[in-house]
Design a protein around this ligand. Sequence first.
Ligand SMILES: *Cc1c(COP(=O)(O)O)cnc(C)c1O
Length: 302
Amino acid sequence: MLRCALDWQPQPLLEPLRLDWLTRAGVELAVLRLDRIDSLISGNKWFKLIHHLRAAHEAGAEGVMSLGGAYSNHLHALAAAGKRFGFPTVGLLRGHPVETPTVLDLQAFGMALHWLGYAGYRERHAPGFWDDWCARYPHFYPVPEGGSGLSGAQGCKAWVTRAREQLATLGWRDYHGWWLACGTGTSLAGLVLAEAGAHPVYGVLAVPPDHGVAQQVDGMVKTAGLAQPCYELLDGSRGGFARVDADLTAFIQGTGEIELEPLYTGKALLLLKARVDAGQFAAGTRLIFVHTGGLQGRRGFE
Ligand SMILES: *Cc1c(COP(=O)(O)O)cnc(C)c1O
């Protein structure tokens, strides 16, 4: 069953996005629509999972278990993949039982849920954390929170190929860089590795700059052996992860051309607007914005 998941190679479309503030500055933007790869499975989380699923398959596992919160896009993608391809999934949740739209979906997708409380969830990095769960679910493969780490990043490298294949459909011969939201920086690391310095990758932090994302990206890039990475991390957190203010809400509501959520994609595009308005990009600049998904998690905030 895991085998079937590994054979699936979703092809995200690259679409032009025309907004008045882009037109004014003469900046062209194309969006890589990870949010539209499938009716059940959405966003960057599938790509971050794929190498973990491969490892699970190679280890002879039948199912997959992982961790997340009650709005987790990661658990949602994992549970949806389990449902789509017919392998069992286990979700270990932060906090105490709540029925968010995400949690209801996880249950509907057939994921077995365990609530760890807050103290229990904080133990997730402790050595031996998985021992009890592996004993309880002997044929299940544990995947780290969010599908992070270098194997998560490896799964995101394909975006560069997918986008380059579609440049001609936009009438583009080349582009000047990537723009995307960052949580752990795993997705950004995948782009940086695939570009190998050919184009810069701009990552907008959805978490405050003291969360160690720069060190994590640095670590992944070094481990992968890339000598000259080309990327920049920008603070787009607006005071904290999941902190939503009136300007952000108004921006998302005013951008009817594309659906955004406030935690990642909305913050990333809003910071791009600020940089474009400030004249950071010359007329004629062509950028690719990665729509990393997350629209399901937004349901809890409406
Ligand atoms: C998880 C997530 C991100 C962050 O991805 P990282 O690889 O952790 O940086 C960005 N956007 C959305 C919608 C996400 O769900």
